[in-house]
Design a protein around this ligand. Structure first.
Ligand SMILES: Nc1ncnc2c1ncn2[C@@H]1O[C@H](COP(=O)(O)OP(=O)(O)OP(=O)(O)O)[C@@H](O)[C@H]1O
Ligand SMILES: [Mg+2]
Length: 260
């Protein structure tokens, strides 16, 4: 397997805070990696770095063999809030990223209509964001990202604001779509269940200094549905990840207590 993203001894410091400490890891093309860890451990920092949004203090980042120094067009980002333009229709929002790329109008419309169909929103192209549910807004954001045919998708708790059922459904939809376009995914979540259900690799991060304390393959069938949670391997992995997160959370509370 090749490598799409490579972090070499990457460090990010904000004043006194070591947000990411001397981190080395790589992401294979087509892989789906989830990152879990306590609040403030540097998950968003790591994604921002891979997005090319941060100026790192140490090390280097390679994406597709190139030293990363700025955001690249082939990288799509999905945030927790859909960040749609309220004065634009769903179709216009889905086409927005293509406008910035100067894609001709007719092609924009065709591509946007196609991605809306793939996220199940064909009938809502003429609606405005305020007329949609939270799940539909997030689907629109996914459509916008897919319209640019990204090779790398970075998702920062994309379903964090949704109810659990919607979250599971959208998770499987996203999985299907990124597999279809063969995109590599790095996905931050607070849900261990989501990590086990969707990804083929889980990274657990520790707080202060932020570093990767577990890098585990998810050894489950490629065809994912909620029933995989019933498998022994899913239970074992959940327990392993939860064990690390519990220790992290307890340490964080103890530190807070000591600071009071
Ligand atoms: N722009 C910034 N300026 C200063 N400090 C920052 C900045 N961004 C992040 N930090 C600090 O770096 C650390 C890591 O933050 P980060 O947002 O990466 O955590 P996170 O794991 O995404 O947390 P959460 O789960 O709450 O989203 C935190 O201590 C945070 O306060
Ligand atoms: Mg974050």
């Amino acid at each position: 397997m090749g490598v799409l993203v490579e972090l070499q001894d990457v460090g990010q410091v904000y004043g006194e805070v070591v947000a990411l400490d001397n981190t080395t890891t790589r992401f294979e093309p087509g892989s789906f990696t989830t990152i879990v860890g306590p609040s403030g451990c540097g998950k968003s920092t790591l994604l921002d770095i891979v997005a090319g949004l941060n100026r790192i203090n140490d090390g280097r980042v390679l994406v597709d063999g190139q030293l990363l120094s700025a955001p690249r067009r082939e990288t799509g980002i999905i945030f927790q809030e859909a960040a749609l333009l309220p004065w634009r229709t769903v179709l216009e929002n889905a086409a927005f990223a293509l406008e910035a790329r100067k894609v001709p109008e007719a092609e924009r419309q065709a591509v946007a209509a196609d991605v809306l169909r793939r996220v199940g929103l064909s009938e809502f192209g003429g609606h405005y964001p305020h007329q949609l549910s939270g799940g539909m807004r997030q689907r629109t954001a996914i459509a916008r990202v897919l319209s640019t045919a990204p090779d790398l998708v970075l998702a920062d708790e994309p379903f964090g604001a949704l109810d659990e059922q919607t979250r599971v459904v959208l998770g499987f939809e996203l999985l299907k779509m990124v597999r279809h376009v063969k995109a590599t995914v790095i996905f931050v979540t607070h849900s261990i269940q989501e990590a086990v259900l969707l990804s083929d690799r889980i990274l657990v991060m520790s707080a202060r200094p932020g570093r990767i304390i577990l890098d585990a393959p998810v050894d489950l069938p490629a065809e994912r549905d909620p029933s995989v949670l019933g498998l022994k391997e899913a239970a074992r992995l959940t327990e392993q990840v939860w064990g690390l997160l519990r220790t992290e959370a307890e340490d964080a509370l103890a530190r807070q207590g000591a600071a009071l």
